[in-house]
Design a protein around this ligand. Structure first.
Ligand SMILES: [Zn+2]
Length: 512
């Protein structure tokens, strides 16, 4: 590993100040030429900046769908700064229509996302695509984090990263859009992002540092509680189809990766297993899910047309796949809803040297680099438990019940006394992490599982009732991620349910 090169330090210094452009014109002209197309969305009206919330609001309000296509604008509620969060529903109202969710703007410094949602809506007016709208219904959420989007900052007003908030739900925006997501029950979900090609970690590669190359990175889940067939189908049908579309447009693409420094060495993490962010979270709700990252953060408006074309073309490809093959999609989702015999509490990913195409800043051109890659799609289980028939959550506070509802988890409250045989979790080791993270202090823990007699519905539980949460429900894989105590994004690991050494947790398992 080489120390950071001086040129690179300069790039980072300017890039951190806002949406500065660290990329040379030579490189942009060589590798990122703009497509010769006309995009009729607000950011292309000749202005210097990007579309604001009021631009998006006006676009949705004045949008004219193709003749006869149902269209409706709605608002989720208010952001932390009191701004209404608009969303729209486009396409067939037939209950049999395939439900597709397209969102962007979870990170406010990724403006290609919401521009792409608007461009997608324009493209869906074209005769070649509008026939699809008789087969599908699309929920469109262009600015999930409107405060961040208006300020062009990644985080929400309270400093939280909304793509790390999807199991703990500490931001009001997360509660709102998760509620809308689970009410809609998407069968296909896309989350549009942009990535930062000039990363501090890449500064140590080559002689003058390197930069991310690909126009589009596809992030699909490697979480082992997502059935294998659903993971394979997502990759082989939807990601592969969008990849062919990218090839036809001469846009480069590969599986998503990001870098991490582990004990002084650069490691590449490819894919995701984490339920806290959307790619895996959505997959855990029996849904074809992909997050896409387009090369854009820190580039200002460089190649903005190309970026908007990239995201909207991926979305169009996903909509087309779903509209052409609704029976195939439904058959896969029905099969993958069947109960798996086990839940995977946590998993590990192998590390393997892999060649990744990067941009060598010394050459201003692409180069293949061998890097240690930890691939989520090759994960293997590390801790596995038998799938329970149901979980029990004792004395659930109103806050926990609200979170479960927003996450689309169905439960019943135990109002009369009853005795059950169940498995308890006794905490045998517990330690807080060294640092606060995203509004919580996560913990590490181990538990011992043993069979006990459990009395539910006692008078002490009137205000905070005991809950029974059946695993026979659509979001069962997500439920296991929330309640298995040692799962990386569980309510216990994230400190929402306290863990005390040598005491039983308020979570129980009912065996099949
Ligand atoms: Zn993002």
């Amino acid at each position: 590993m080489k120390p950071f090169a001086p040129l690179f330090l300069l790039s980072v210094a300017t890039a951190c100040g806002g949406l500065m452009i660290p990329q040379s014109d030579t490189l942009t002209q060589r590798l990122y030429t703009e497509p010769s197309i006309d995009i009729r969305t607000p950011a292309f009206d000749g202005r210097e900046g990007f579309s604001t919330l009021s631009d998006v609001e006006a676009f949705l309000r004045t949008y004219q769908p193709a003749s006869g296509v149902p269209y409706r604008v709605d608002h989720l509620g208010q952001s932390q700064k009191g701004q209404r969060i608009p969303m729209a529903y486009l396409g067939s109202e037939d209950p049999e229509a395939v439900r597709i969710w397209v969102m962007s703007g979870l990170h406010g410094d990724e403006p290609g996302g919401w521009e792409a949602v608007m461009h997608l809506m324009n493209r869906l007016q074209e005769p070649a695509f509008r026939t699809w709208l008789s087969k599908v219904r699309i929920a469109l959420l262009p600015m999930a984090n409107p405060d961040g989007c208006n300020a062009l900052t990644r985080l929400a007003s309270n400093g939280l990263d909304l793509n790390r908030d999807q199991t703990k739900l500490l931001a009001p925006e997360t509660m709102l859009w998760k509620t809308a997501f689970n009410a809609f029950q998407p069968e296909v979900a896309l989350d549009l992002h942009e990535y930062r090609p000039y990363r501090k970690d890449y500064g140590r590669l080559g002689t003058q540092g390197m930069a991310g190359y690909h126009d589009v990175l596809f992030l699909y889940s490697g979480n082992l509680n997502v059935p294998t067939e659903l993971r394979d189908y997502t990759r082989n049908r939807f990601v592969a189809g969008a990849g062919r579309t990218m090839d036809s447009l001469k846009l480069s693409h590969r599986a998503y990766f990001t870098s991490e420094e582990v004990k002084g060495r650069l490691v590449i993490n490819q894919g995701s297993v984490q339920a806290r962010s959307s790619a895996s979270h959505h997959s855990l709700t029996n849904c074809v899910s992909t997050l896409i990252e387009v090369r854009g953060v820190g580039l200002g408006k460089t190649a903005f047309k190309r970026r908007v074309l990239s995201s909207s073309s991926v979305a169009l490809s996903y909509i087309g796949e779903a509209a052409r093959r609704p029976e195939e999609l439904r058959a896969v989702l029905n099969r993958t809803r069947q109960a798996a015999p086990e839940v995977v509490v946590h998993s590990v990913r192998p590390e393997r040297e892999t060649r990744i195409t990067m941009i060598d800043l010394a050459k201003n051109d692409t180069v293949g680099v061998l890097l240690p890659v930890r691939d989520a799609s090759q994960s293997t289980p590390k801790l596995v438990r038998q799938r329970p028939e149901a979980y029990v959550l004792r004395q659930a506070t109103p806050a926990l019940r609200e979170k479960l509802k927003a996450l689309g988890i169905v439960f019943s409250e135990v109002r009369a006394s009853r005795i059950l045989q169940a498995e308890s979790y006794t905490v045998v080791s517990v330690a807080p992490d060294a640092f606060n993270w995203e509004g919580v202090r996560p913990i590490e823990l181990e538990t011992r599982v043993e069979t006990v007699q459990l009395e539910l519905g006692t008078p002490a539980t009137e205000a905070n009732p005991d809950l029974i949460l059946s695993m026979d429900q659509r979001n069962a894989p997500l439920l296991a991620e929330l309640l298995e105590p040692e799962a990386p994004n569980s309510f216990v690991r994230l400190g929402l349910i306290p863990a005390v050494l040598n005491q039983a947790l308020p979570i129980y398992r009912i065996k099949p």
